[in-house]
Design a protein around this ligand. Structure first.
Ligand SMILES: Cc1ncc(COP(=O)(O)O)c(C=O)c1O
Length: 427
């Protein structure tokens, strides 16, 4: 006797992208079939830990695919088993994420750090090495500088924006030392200095040396930068930021080719770094307005950055839309399609005291870490998001005591400018 009527769908067919449609047109419907959920226009939250099999034979077959015990016919999708392995909300989310980056496959995660850590553990073994661009997000820095070396994984930093030749020399040195590099991890633009690294040139170096190139695309992607199109093998996100966009969900994602993502998903299953169905559902809601939000935030940021650059109380402004002529500007033009909405700047005095005064005086802009939400947030990288980077390294990397990081949201730009003008003005 079957535990389910034979007509009940047990395998979710991978949806086919309708040719010619843009991702923003597909974010409301792609990968979801209302007829399977009582006609509901939105996918329900599949708040379930486990799924009923038709038969014991089917359960055996699903598990053999999920654990890679049997060769799977790519045309036959893996059936639903248990929500640490897969769940309809997560599957729909992954299908929609693929559209923006032009990815073959993706894996959603419980946080950006879960995406980064799980991917690294899937791709690098003890005795091998990782080369990474620095600065990058403080949590990633901690993982690379402190946790992975304890597990026998060698990690070496190169400055953000490093030339391909210098990176290739480091790869060669690591090979000579008997710790070949398997992963080049770039965060571009870098958090918080917004320095760009050349994805195409550095991916080529990695490939020549037998390594993968992964890009943390949280700050500009996927709207303004799509690393897979420039030769990267893996794209990583903190979906907590622009993809989620409402500061109400912590999540992450990894995107790339099918075999690499399958391997990462196996690690995700065993490490348990999967998102819960509700977080996946919140991200589906967020993706519907992703382009709208990011476009509005970018337009606001362009205005705010111009205001800051012209203000006598401001010393320096780092923003991809205000790059002076030179290599970084050329790279930005080649690699990115917009400057995003993150700005780093220093009050003219250039001190922590001046930075704190500003942080304590803004009213509409909220003093909080994170970025990419609908509301504007301001913080002090040296003592907050990047506090675990040793002070000497911070200085070398351009994280100065006076630097503040502003994530511009979707408020009226005049109100943001008025808030900053007041905070920068006389006491
Ligand atoms: C660039 C970047 N990558 C990764 C992360 C980590 O993401 P999460 O906080 O979702 O774990 C962050 C968090 O701020 C980030 O800014």
């Amino acid at each position: 006797m079957s535990h389910l009527p034979p007509s009940a769908p047990r395998r979710r067919e991978r949806p086919h992208r309708p040719p010619g449609r843009h991702p923003e047109s597909l974010m409301m419907s792609f990968g979801y079939r209302p007829e399977l959920s009582e006609g509901a226009i939105k996918p329900p939250i599949f708040q379930t830990s486990t799924f009923v099999f038709h038969s014991a034979e089917e359960g055996k077959e699903f598990f053999s695919y999920a654990y890679g015990l049997a060769e799977r016919d790519p045309a036959r999708p893996i059936g639903l088993i248990y929500s640490r392995l897969n769940n309809p909300n997560i599957q729909i989310l992954e299908d929609r994420l693929n559209l923006w980056d032009g990815a073959e496959a993706s894996a959603a995660f419980a946080s950006g750090m879960a995406a980064i850590a799980t991917s690294i553990l899937a791709l690098v073994r003890p005795g091998e090495s990782i080369v990474f661009s620095r600065p990058l997000y403080g949590g990633t820095d901690y993982l690379l500088e402190r946790l992975l070396p304890d597990m026998g994984i060698v990690t070496r930093a190169v400055p953000a924006g490093a030339a391909a030749g210098a990176v290739e020399e480091l790869f060669a040195a690591l090979e000579r030392e008997g710790t070949p590099c398997r992963l080049l991890l770039l965060e571009t633009p870098a958090n918080p200095t917004l320095v760009h690294s050349d994805i195409a040139a550095l991916s080529e170096v990695a490939h020549r040396r037998g390594a993968c190139c992964a890009v943390d695309n949280t700050l500009l992607g996927p709207l303004y930068q799509q690393p897979l199109r420039h030769g990267a093998d893996l794209v990583l996100y903190s979906a907590t930021k622009y993809l989620g966009g409402h500061s109400d969900v912590v999540a992450g994602a990894a995107l790339g080719c099918e075999p690499v993502i399958e391997r990462i998903k196996l690690y995700r299953t065993i490490l348990g770094s999967v998102p819960d169905p509700h977080s996946a559902w919140l991200l589906l809601r967020s993706l519907e307005t992703f382009k709208l939000r990011m476009t509005c935030a970018r337009k606001n940021a362009e205005k705010v950055a111009r205001f800051l650059a012209g203000h006598p109380g401001v010393g320096s402004v780092l923003y991809p839309g205000l790059l002076p002529e030179g290599e970084q500007r050329e790279l930005f033009a080649r690699q990115c399609t917009g400057p995003g909405a993150l700005i780093a700047f220093e009050p003219a005095e250039g001190t922590e005291e001046a930075a704190f005064r500003l942080l304590n005086r803004v009213r509409l802009i909220k003093l909080a870490v994170s970025l990419g939400g609908t509301e504007s947030l301001i913080e002090h990288p040296a003592t907050m998001t990047h506090a675990d980077v040793p002070v000497e390294s911070q200085r070398e990397l351009g994280i100065t005591p006076g630097m503040v990081r502003l994530s511009v949201g979707i408020e009226h730009p005049d109100d943001l400018i008025a808030d900053l003008a007041e905070a920068l003005g006389p006491a």
